[in-house]
Write a protein that binds this ligand. Structure first.
Ligand SMILES: [Mg+2]
Length: 256
């Protein structure tokens, strides 16, 4: 069944809605610098409509740091998950993984920074519990060197896990926590706050890390991959414009 038809049918009889969106590549197009990924006013307006509905709950789950993510979305009443869900805050909920520490991540950030001169264009971003090695400005012929550095660093840090994203490697504490476990945590907490007995769960994301959430929510949520990569999600849309259409549809259904 087509995604929008299924949503209309499932939301039709007063069901509640829990939506989890990834941020980059899902709510905003991928841009040349991560700092330039701003939310379009129309997208923010529809997110705000969802948040205002008593029947809907909204979470945004990203590899970005929590403070950065919250500043970019800038809406109250949203549950935010930063650093792939190692830190979650909003709607009077708060979570920080008890075994995720900054020390190994900070040491890795220093090692990566020391290796940077070897690959012009590479950029290290420390997000607290995650350190990212961005390589979107590295010449394609040099990207193999970036991977080598990432793998070399990782081989000396059994306490860290490596997550490959869109032209970025994220190093995070290896504590068995990722977007899948974080999404399940979010769903269970948010569903409890809904007045409706039945809740429709929706998760949309574009990257490899979102695949963990698609798998974790299988059978429980409408999972939507944004883009053309192989996916375990149930549905696929081609880009951010389709996500906006979906968002508009959900916001309208929740307002009626
Ligand atoms: Mg993304």
């Amino acid at each position: 069944m087509r995604l929008l038809d299924r949503l209309d049918r499932e939301l039709g009889d007063g069901a509640g809605l829990v939506v989890i969106f990834d941020y980059d590549g899902t709510l905003t197009p991928i841009v040349s610098s991560p700092g330039a990924a701003f939310l379009a006013p129309s997208v923010r307006a529809n997110l705000a409509r969802l948040v205002e509905s008593d029947r809907a709950r909204l979470a945004i789950l990203s590899g970005r740091g929590l403070a950065d993510l919250r500043a970019r979305v800038a809406l109250d009443g949203v549950l935010y998950g930063g650093c792939h869900g190692l830190e979650i805050a909003g709607r009077e909920l708060r979570f920080r993984h008890p075994r995720a520490h900054r020390s190994g991540v900070a040491a890795t950030a220093r090692v990566l920074a020391a290796a940077l001169p070897l690959v012009p264009g590479a950029l290290v971003e420390c997000k607290g519990l995650v350190v990212s090695l961005h390589y979107r400005h590295v010449a394609p012929s040099r990207r193999g060197a970036v991977r080598e550095i990432a793998e070399q660093v990782l081989s000396r840090r059994p306490d860290l896990a490596l997550i490959g994203g869109h032209l970025v490697f994220d190093f995070m504490p290896r504590v068995g926590w990722h977007k899948g476990t974080a999404a399940r945590w979010m769903v269970s907490r948010l569903v409890r706050t809904l007045p409706a007995r039945r809740a429709v769960i929706v998760y949309a994301g574009d990257d490899a890390s979102d695949e963990m959430a698609f798998a974790a929510l299988r059978g429980r949520a409408l999972t939507i991959h944004v883009g053309a990569k192989p996916t375990v999600a149930e549905y696929r849309v081609s880009g951010v414009r389709d996500v906006q259409a979906l968002l508009r549809r959900m916001a309208s259904a929740m307002a009626s």
